[in-house]
Design a binder for this molecule. Structure first.
Ligand SMILES: [Zn+2]
Length: 368
């Protein structure tokens, strides 16, 4: 029989030993949630970038995402453990799995690495066993390489590093290996990781503005008096989005009430659900029905928008144009891009454009 107390010089040392043992075993069990938590934190940090972001074209062409929260540099090598997930369907990500990355890159700083796998064959290789990556040039980033070309999108994968809150890109070479011993990361941590991943892919940098009217809520046949009614109606229509860790129902980004008050629908950086093919445009809806067909005599509220509503709309458009460098040509009516009457023939769109035109030009942001 091993005399345990003989190894340790005092009972106190023995107690410390057991405490450390327990702590270590807890740490081992908690490794998966920690890795997933770190990976989710990294995705959240990337989602919240407002000046330097991954172009929507890259996100839209992505089959798998590999997140390595911290790379360790050893001599000329870098290595790190991370998490990956691949799309099962366009809107659904598969159960995350753990990976290990080994390679080299010219970055000297300690950093995190996020890899977007763009080709189906590369996605299959990653899911099966391992994927070799070799990126010779920087991947497109809105601040440094604003135009995403087909050449960029034909790459097997695109890699970005994240260090000190800044995204950048450069040459990378290495192998991502799926950890076969991993019993799939189906835990609470996995749920959080998938929420953060979905949020990242639902985020946008607005490139235009679509103007709508709300028309009447069909179930009640009257105009929505406030944003809560629109929220309820759009929830029933299933227009919700998960973005920045929260669910939003209102399809528009802004709502302008009858008295001219501006209410927020969903955050500006979250994809809209207001105009098919144009949901990276901000949706602004003016409460009212300005259609000659549906509201010919004014039974469904005012036949034209009120002055206060128009004045709020112009101010809001100016603010958004300045914030996202939106050109006047990218401010459209819903009817300009879709077969609909919205926001109605009586909506004074030309007047709004003329007012916006009169303001001093939007200074181009050199960063984009
Ligand atoms: Zn509309």
């Amino acid at each position: 029989m091993l005399n345990v107390t003989g190894i340790f010089r005092s009972t106190r040392q023995l107690v410390v030993f057991f405490v450390l043992m327990i702590a270590c075993s807890h740490r081992a069990r908690d490794d998966q949630p920690t890795a997933l938590g770190d990976a989710a934190d990294l995705l959240d940090a990337i989602s919240s970038q407002s000046d330097n972001f991954i172009p929507s074209a890259v996100l839209n062409h992505t089959w798998c995402v590999v997140v390595i929260p911290f790379l360790i540099h050893r001599n000329q090598e870098i290595a790190g453990d991370g998490v990956a997930s691949c799309r099962e369907r366009p809107e659904r990500w598969g159960v995350p799995f753990s990976i290990t990355f080994r390679g080299d890159l010219s970055w000297t700083q300690h950093s995190d690495l996020v890899i977007f796998v763009l080709s189906k064959s590369a996605a299959r290789a990653l899911q099966a066993a391992d994927l070799r990556i070799r990126q010779r040039a920087a991947a497109p980033l809105a601040s440094t390489i604003p135009v995403t070309t087909q050449v960029d999108l034909n790459a097997e994968s695109l890699s970005y590093k994240h260090a000190a809150g800044i995204l950048s890109s450069g040459p990378v070479k290495g192998t991502i290996r799926r950890n076969t011993s991993d019993r799939s990361l189906s835990s609470k941590g996995a749920d959080r990781f998938l929420l953060s991943l979905t949020s990242l892919f639902n985020s946008i940098i607005p490139t235009g503005i679509v103007i709508h009217h709300t028309a009447a809520v069909p179930t009640r046949n009257e105009l929505p008096p406030n944003e809560r009614d629109v929220d309820y109606f759009h929830q029933a229509l299933g227009l919700e989005i998960l973005c920045f860790g929260r669910v939003y129902h209102i399809a528009y980004h802004y709502l302008i009430l009858a008295d001219g008050t501006v209410k927020t629908g969903r955050p500006e950086r979250c994809q809209g659900a207001h105009a098919k093919g144009y949901n990276s445009y901000l949706g602004i809806s003016v409460v009212g029905d300005f259609s000659g067909n549906n509201n010919p005599g004014g039974a469904n509220g005012a036949r034209v928008p009120r002055d206060r509503q128009i004045s709020s709309l112009i101010q809001l458009c100016r603010r958004l144009q300045a914030r996202y460098n939106i050109p006047l040509q990218h401010i459209v009516r819903h009817s300009d891009i879709s077969s609909t009457d919205c926001p109605g023939r009586r909506f004074p769109f030309r007047f709004v454009l003329k007012q916006l035109e009169q303001r001093p030009g939007v200074a181009p942001r050199s960063a984009r």
